[in-house]
Design a protein around this ligand. Structure first.
Ligand code: FAD
Length: 371
């Protein structure tokens, strides 16, 4: 019987397995490909990542193009993905190469997985859910210059030079430095059900870049993104009973339903989970850390935010983000990063309303209340 079993060694599972092992706990972990190099670009607000998270690049004031151009006064970091994977040390973790059963109690060869606390970090299926999708290419700084127009990073660029027409499902350009001489240029559909197709996004990206003077030659490294935004919280966990497995990472779901970010939350929670177990805490205690009453309340409000986003007419989305990024930073921070800041999240949503046109305000209230 191990102290902790971790199912899945993506960023969330690996972070919690490494943290538990570093706390002196015995840890068993299972993944079909535990050493497969991670390839995704992981970014987020610098103040949300723990200090040890290795950044490949940090931009002090990323730019947002909504109805107009505005610098966001909050640093944004792109992690060094290989360094992140290496830094989450598994040398004291008993790693099984294979799959865990659906209920998380067995390995695929039938061996029972026995642990005081089992953490399920196997990710979440995107199929059938509201999705964030994106298609990106990596180019040199020199080539990206004409697209960035002097900016270091475009956190979101909602201009419609992607050629899909103003009535088409909205998408924005996300452009960030990756460290060295590499820049990611990614056409992103923030939220849609079903997710906007990657072929559609690729066409938009190529058209947008061409409109700004950058021809894609097909040899650029490509990133494809598709993940769920509204993975449901299991009922049992909502009811606060001791779960047989505690879901973590995208499986929890830690994904912010209206922004898609989850990694920083997972990296911050991992050592706290280890502390709880190392000091005799149970699966219920871990569950209560991840889904405290306030965190559940925040999640419900964020889901309302997602519902509003999905209800907006395409042309209204830039206006919404123009109003959002005009809010004082503390409100932006509370809404984007305050996982258990219920009062802050509610305040951010409330103070946003007077900044919106009457039409958008009505739509937002209707979507958030009656769906
Ligand atoms: C390309 C891409 C870019 C992203 N960019 C960002 C970003 O910039 N910022 C951000 O915050 N989020 C981002 N996300 C969203 C989210 O943070 C990532 O999906 C992240 O990888 C989730 O981590 P995770 O460890 O919870 O799950 P996953 O990364 O999905 O890892 C799940 C692990 O479980 C293993 N597994 C699956 N089934 C089993 C089984 N039966 N038994 C054992 N193991 C199993 C898999 O092999 C895998 O290693 C991105 C997602 C994608 C796809």
């Amino acid at each position: 019987m191990a102290d902790v079993a971790v199912l899945g060694l993506g960023p969330a599972g690996r972070a919690v397995a490494a943290a538990c092992a570093a706390s002196g706990l015995t840890v068993t972990a299972v993944d079909p490909h535990p050493e497969l190099p991670w390839r995704a670009t992981y970014g987020g607000w610098s103040d949300e990542f723990p200090a040890w998270a290795p950044a490949a690049a940090t931009v002090a004031t990323p730019l947002a193009w909504t109805t107009h151009c505005r610098h966001i006064n909050r640093a944004y970091s792109v992690l060094d993905t290989p360094a992140l994977q290496r830094s989450l040390d598994l040398s004291d973790v008993n790693v099984h190469v294979g799959r865990a059963s659906v209920d998380g109690r067995r390995l695929d060869d039938g061996t029972a997985l026995r642990a005081k606390v089992t953490i399920d970090a196997r990710g979440a299926p995107a199929r059938g859910r509201t999705q964030q999708t994106a298609y990106g290419v990596v180019v040199s700084h020199g080539r990206a210059e004409t697209v960035l127009g002097g900016a270091q990073a475009l956190f979101m660029d909602w201009r419609t030079d992607h050629g899909a027409g103003t009535g088409a499902p909205p998408s924005f350009l996300y452009a960030v430095p990756l460290g060295g001489d590499r820049v990611l240029l990614e056409e992103t559909c923030l939220a849609r059900r079903p997710g906007l197709g990657l072929d559609d996004l690729a066409r938009r990206l190529i058209a947008r870049l061409a409109a700004r003077g950058l021809q894609i030659d097909g040899h650029e490294p490509v990133e494809r993104v598709r993940f769920a935004l509204d993975t449901p919280l299991p009922r049992r966990e909502w009811a606060g009973r001791t779960p047989p497995v505690v879901r973590f990472g995208a499986a929890a779901p830690l994904v912010h339903p209206a922004s898609g970010y989850s990694l920083a939350a997972a990296l911050r929670l991992a050592p706290q989970i280890a502390d709880i177990i190392a000091t005799g805490g149970t699966a219920a205690n871990v569950q209560n850390l991840i889904w405290s009453r306030r965190a559940r309340g925040v999640h419900a409000l964020r889901l309302r935010g997602l519902r509003s986003l999905l209800a907006f007419a395409p042309a209204d989305v830039p206006e919404f983000f123009a109003a959002f990024f005009a809010l004082p930073l503390k409100h932006q921070q509370a809404y984007l990063s305050g996982r258990d800041d219920l009062a802050g999240t509610a305040a951010a949503m409330t103070v946003l309303l007077p900044h919106l046109s009457r039409q958008l305000r009505t739509q937002l209230i209707r979507a958030a209340t009656i769906g």
